[in-house]
Design a protein around this ligand. Structure first.
Ligand code: ADP
Length: 472
């Protein structure tokens, strides 16, 4: 009968000669686990256990047979119908929510991808501008021109920082925030990163002092660019949110390989309520929201510290100031051979002058900026605007390492690398330059024979570090 007709309510005895009510309840359930009608189970007196089992299986109510009279029956049937309607309503709302959730997740992913690729598009010309400005700064300029170049550089630097924060946020959402450790001089790095911030502090008549513990060994293995980004954000905030007093940056050796960085200010402080939320993206404490802020700085810091396997902590009191502290592992390393570009160290000159780089990149501005910057650091650079030109150069010049853009006209970087490996049978390092840092891109590059990928646009410092780290 149930196959032929729809019933609003089923009154169900539990025991039959050759089957049971339980079996019927189970077989009535649809794929979503819901019953098509309200089900009221009729039990003998004292069969509470049977009633509970039926309710667990999905029946809406039960009634004992010796209690079956008109009013009781009406009550249980009404109750079961109500219950059934509510369950159906709940189910359909749940389905709506699941669909909306899926759509939102999809839209969020599209948005993240869009933000990531738009930021990359922005970052490329800004990095090129910075390179061009630095080249312009090296030419003969009068005082006013020098000032204009310095102002332009400051604007481009701050634009780049914001774009980097957005890119980093997108990278974290995509699960691809990674650290690239190289050996570096920690103390020089700290002084370098504090230099532009000292100017900001001076403008606000704040004292900015660094305290570096004497026993701290300077040569470390770590991602100096990330550390710089974190310090920039934390000290920048300390200056922004302090009107009078001082900012102290302390760096000391922690347990094992860790180094502890603290940025302490005597600024406005952060309420307990805000402390719980300021690490969220776009959050700004109401009392001092700043139109020029993005609310991304601290989120970036937390993510960066995490990517460096460390922790970020905050202590703060309203009106008294704040201390942001992070500890990250930075293993000690032996100090390398001198690396200053401008020294006349014979060995340095020899190793660097002999490193010959082939840069295959179709964006002329980028390739010329990188070429000029690399040449200033004593690399010899050949340029190719596509894959086939890169192959021609490789056949005739003693190239040590290839920096290969992936997307190029005529022959792209993947194709060219396959030829380098399979036809020219060359084993030199081929490093992909790509704007796409996703795992699938990395796999594609490695599959066609590249050794590693660098995410574009790559700064000259990073590139220099990277090229030095290749054991050639
Ligand atoms: P923003 O770009 O707004 O500075 P952040 O993520 O860097 O974004 O900081 C989030 C919020 O945390 C800020 O809007 C500010 O209210 C608060 N904040 C951050 N650092 C400090 C500090 N040193 N002192 C007081 N408040 C701070």
């Amino acid at each position: 009968m149930l196959d032929k007709q729809r019933f609003d309510c089923i009154l169900l005895d539990l025991h039959y000669d050759n089957s049971s009510g339980y079996t019927l309840i189970k077989s009535l359930k649809g794929q979503d686990g819901e019953l098509p009608s309200a089900v009221v189970v009729m039990t003998g007196s004292g069969s509470e256990e049977a009633a509970v089992s039926s309710l667990k299986l999905g029946a809406h109510d039960y009634v004992t047979k010796n209690n079956l009279n008109g009013p009781v029956l009406k009550k249980v049937v009404d109750y079961a119908l109500n219950c059934h309607n509510l369950r159906q309503e709940l189910r359909s709302r749940q389905e709506d929510l699941e669909r909306i959730n899926l759509e939102l997740g999809h839209k969020d992913k599209l948005k993240t991808n869009f933000v990531a690729s738009a930021s990359h598009e922005l970052r490329t010309p800004v990095t090129a501008m910075l390179g061009l400005l630095s080249m312009l700064g090296d030419t003969e300029l009068d005082a006013q021109q020098n000032r204009l170049v310095a102002d332009l550089r400051a604007c481009s630097d701050s634009l780049l920082l914001t774009v980097d924060d957005i890119i980093d946020l997108a990278r974290v959402e995509a699960g691809i925030m990674e650290a690239r450790p190289y050996s570096f001089h920690l103390l020089d790095e700290i002084q370098d990163s504090l230099r532009p911030l000292r100017v900001l502090a001076r403008d606000k008549k704040l004292s900015l002092k660094s305290h570096i513990h004497e026993d701290l060994k300077p040569w470390r293995l770590g991602d100096r660019r990330r550390i710089r980004q974190i310090l920039n954000n934390l000290v920048g905030n300390a200056i922004k949110y302090t009107d009078t007093g001082r900012i102290d940056v302390t760096i000391e050796q922690g347990p094992d390989d860790t180094v502890v960085f603290s940025v302490r200010d005597t600024g406005i402080g952060i309420s307990e309520q805000d402390q719980a939320r300021i690490f969220e993206p776009f959050y700004q404490a109401d009392s001092h929201g700043d139109a020029k802020s993005s609310g991304l700085g601290l989120t970036t810091c937390v993510n960066l510290v995490k990517a460096l396997c460390g922790q970020l902590e905050l202590e703060s009191e309203i009106g008294k100031g704040s201390t942001f502290r992070f500890r990250i592992p930075l293993p000690e390393v032996a100090s390398p051979a001198p690396k200053d570009d401008h020294t006349n160290c014979a060995e340095n000159q020899r190793t660097k002058q002999h490193l010959v780089v082939l840069l295959a990149e179709d964006n002329h501005i980028i390739s010329h900026v990188l070429q000029a910057q690399l040449e200033r650091r004593s690399y010899t650079v050949f340029l190719a605007s596509d894959g086939s030109k890169a192959l021609e150069i490789l056949k005739s010049e003693p190239i040590d390492v290839v920096l290969m853009d992936c997307q190029m006209p005529n022959m792209d970087g993947y194709e060219a690398t396959k030829v380098i490996r399979q036809e020219l049978k060359l084993e030199l390092p081929v490093i992909a330059l790509t704007a796409d840092a996703f795992q699938s891109q990395r796999e594609r590059c490695l599959e066609c024979g590249m050794n590693d990928i660098l995410v574009k646009p790559v700064s000259i410092d990073d590139l220099d570090d990277y090229l030095r780290s290749l054991s050639l």
